[in-house]
Unconditional design. Structure first.
Length: 297
């Protein structure tokens, strides 16, 4: 079983000036500890459930590039990008840039988005949900075309929301056949259908019962498009706190997820800015998690 570290908050001791050094320390420590992946959210205001809108929030791709420079092995991605924040071709170029500069360690995490407050606050157009799903599918089509061959398809694209004259991508990605495309969300009619058709990984919220149902639906969507279900990496975002839970308790939670088919657990670790907590995970949790074999479903 793989394990990733998500960094959802930058509200740390020392204020704004300490964000850079603290994020560098987290990235270096997590990478050395054996975390398989590093993630940040793609938001511009802090989100409800984590903190107040006024709390510090970094732009996602820039943060990942910084984290790439402070790590050597872990893959890096957005958990997950809001499709309407960037034009379709820019999604491919941003993920390509991270992939090339990190030596092939980029995920493209993307979804239909939800946070109207930050979009309205900063002047981003916030199309209806139906339109955002249309934009998401066209973006995925463009990304796939730009990651073809040595320099992209080179062809034009004419969609409802995007028109592109030449889908050129130079430099081309190092990861082969391309960086993993991860789509976040568990919507059964639209999101999981897009996962089946275009993605290499999914991220679905919830506990074992909900995941069992969602994976079953995803299998149906894969069958509908003729896609092998096992080609899609199954990830789940959860939380851990080494100051409140024993290593055995944390491993048990992750093991329950593996029992329903989760292959890559991504953890929001409480108080990660105190890197001793990351080191504890590395010593006492990660070896046991890596030894877990996710159940074939």
């Amino acid at each position: 079983m793989k394990i990733g570290l998500q960094v959802p908050s930058f509200t740390w001791p020392g204020g704004d000036a300490a964000i850079g050094p603290t994020l560098a320390s987290i990235s270096e420590t997590a990478d050395a500890a054996g975390f398989d992946s590093l993630w940040v959210m793609d938001h511009f205001y802090q989100i409800r459930g984590v903190g107040r809108p006024e709390e510090p929030m970094l732009e996602g791709w820039s943060a990942l590039a910084f984290m790439a420079a402070h790590s050597k092995q872990a893959t890096l991605g957005l958990m997950v990008g809001g499709v309407h924040y960037r034009q379709a071709g820019l999604w491919a170029k941003a993920a390509t840039t991270l992939d090339v500069l990190s030596g092939g360690r980029s995920y493209l995490g993307i979804g239909a988005a939800w946070n109207e407050e930050e979009s309205h606050g900063l002047g981003f157009p916030m199309p209806s949900l139906g339109v955002r799903f249309e934009m998401l599918e066209e973006t995925l089509q463009i990304v796939h075309a730009m990651w073809q061959g040595e320099r992209g398809s080179g062809e034009a694209f004419t969609g409802k929301h995007y028109q592109a004259e030449r889908l050129l991508n130079s430099p081309q990605v190092l990861a082969r056949p391309h960086p993993k495309i991860l789509i976040g969300g568990g919507g059964e009619q639209k999101t999981l259908r897009l996962v089946a058709k275009y993605a290499d990984a999914c991220n679905i919220f919830g506990g074992p019962d909900q995941l069992t149902h969602k994976f079953s639906v995803l299998r149906e969507r894969c069958a509908e498009v003729g896609r092998p279900f096992d080609e899609i990496e199954r990830t789940n975002l959860t939380r851990a706190d080494v100051t409140q839970q024993t290593p055995a308790q944390i491993v048990a939670v992750f093991g329950a997820l593996a029992e329903v088919g989760v292959q890559h657990v991504i953890v929001h670790l409480a108080n990660a800015e105190d890197v001793r907590n990351i080191e504890t995970m590395g010593r006492e949790v990660l070896p046991q998690v890596h030894a877990i074999k996710p159940k074939a479903i």
